[in-house]
Design a protein around this ligand. Structure first.
Ligand code: SAM
Ligand code: SF4
Length: 323
């Protein structure tokens, strides 16, 4: 079992397979970075898999593939199959913007993927284009339906932004309820790569909007979920991810691997160590030592939760760490 320096069990690995993305979401990457990491600097799937095996053997039992946009990296289904064949009962999921799901959902499911989180910030074509800065709505919606049809479990992630899509909170909630998808509203996390003109909604704003039409009750925090869930009178539950709240980090069970091989102990924490050399040399004892060092270095709280400075801004790019 893996534990960090504060005794928290860490059993969840998030792997970013690429930092590249076909969208330019205002809150993440409004402009293409000056230069992408060259492809030759990325860990190959074979090297990533060597590390995955060590991590699973040490106690990781949930893996999420993310990015950038993970479906842009070729042969993702083969990487998923490697993991799934190694540990068929692992909780294996993916976070995607959904644009390429139409052509990949079935392959991914056949390879052993269980569940996907799809980012859906609007049900309106123009608003979607305003946020992602690309005409993507029809493809995302088509991908979503195909993912549902092939039997992938689906959660929706929505980042409500003031004056842009916050008027759609109820519509998105109702759409997800009708489709039987769980929706999680994510508070916008300040970062230096986002458009500086946007303002995110806080959980109190989101709850106020929902309470204008529905009654709901806060559920006890589930230790393995970053979201706080609220149950509506008909039993449907929606979630809110509030990284600025004091208790957000208490149950953190996550560690992140970037496409270049850096292990990051916290979404908002500067220190990271590389496993690249170790895995490329086949020195898996060293890779395991790096993993344990990073865990010891995992901070008790992210910096956003410091109440003294609500506008603390992360200098780590979400498209690199995978959100
Ligand atoms: N491209 C994929 C996608 O958009 O789902 C996966 C990577 S993306 C970085 C993962 C998640 O992070 C998405 O749900 C996205 O909405 C969220 N995200 C990105 N930037 C964010 C920010 N500044 N604040 C809150 N959530 C953010
Ligand atoms: Fe791309 Fe996802 Fe970032 Fe949007 S949130 S720019 S889809 S990585």
């Amino acid at each position: 079992m893996l534990k960090d320096g504060f005794g928290r069990v860490v059993d969840y690995l998030r792997i970013s397979v690429t930092q590249r993305c076909n969208f330019r979401c205002l809150y993440c990457m409004p402009e293409k970075p000056f230069s992408w990491t060259p492809k030759e600097n990325l860990l190959s799937y074979e090297d990533m898999f060597k590390f995955v095996k060590v991590a699973i053997d040490e106690g990781i039992n949930k893996i999420r593939i993310t990015g950038g946009e993970p479906l842009l990296r070729v042969d993702l289904d083969k990487f998923i199959k490697m993991i799934s064949d190694y540990k068929p009962d692992i909780d294996l999921c993916l976070t995607t913007n959904g644009y390429l799901l139409k052509q990949t959902a079935k392959q991914l499911k056949d390879a052993g993927l269980h569940r996907i989180n799809i980012s859906l910030d609007s049900l309106n074509k123009q608003t979607t284009q305003k946020i992602s800065q690309k005409d993507v709505f029809d493809d995302v919606m088509a991908g979503l339906q195909i993912a549902k049809e092939v039997g992938l479990g689906i959660k929706i992630n929505t980042v409500p932004l003031k004056g842009i899509n916050d008027h759609e909170i109820l519509d998105i909630l109702e759409y997800c309820k009708n489709q039987n998808f769980t929706v999680r509203f994510i508070e916008y996390m300040e970062n230096s790569f986002a458009s500086q003109d946007i303002k995110g909604c806080k959980s109190k704003d989101i709850l106020k909007t929902i309470s204008s039409k529905y009654e709901f009750e806060k559920q006890p925090r589930n230790n393995t979920s970053p979201a706080v869930y609220y149950k509506m009178t008909d039993g449907y539950e929606f979630g809110i991810i509030e990284p600025y709240e004091d208790d957000f980090c208490e149950s953190c069970n996550r560690i992140r691997l970037t496409a270049e091989g850096f292990l990051i102990p916290c979404l908002y924490f500067e220190d990271a160590l590389s496993i690249k050399e170790a895995v490329q040399n086949g020195d898996m004892k060293e890779a395991c030592d790096v993993l344990k060092k990073v865990l010891l270095n995992k901070p008790e709280k992210n910096k956003w939760s410091k109440k003294t400075d609500e506008n603390e801004t992360s200098s780590r790019a979400f498209y690199e760490t995978g959100g």
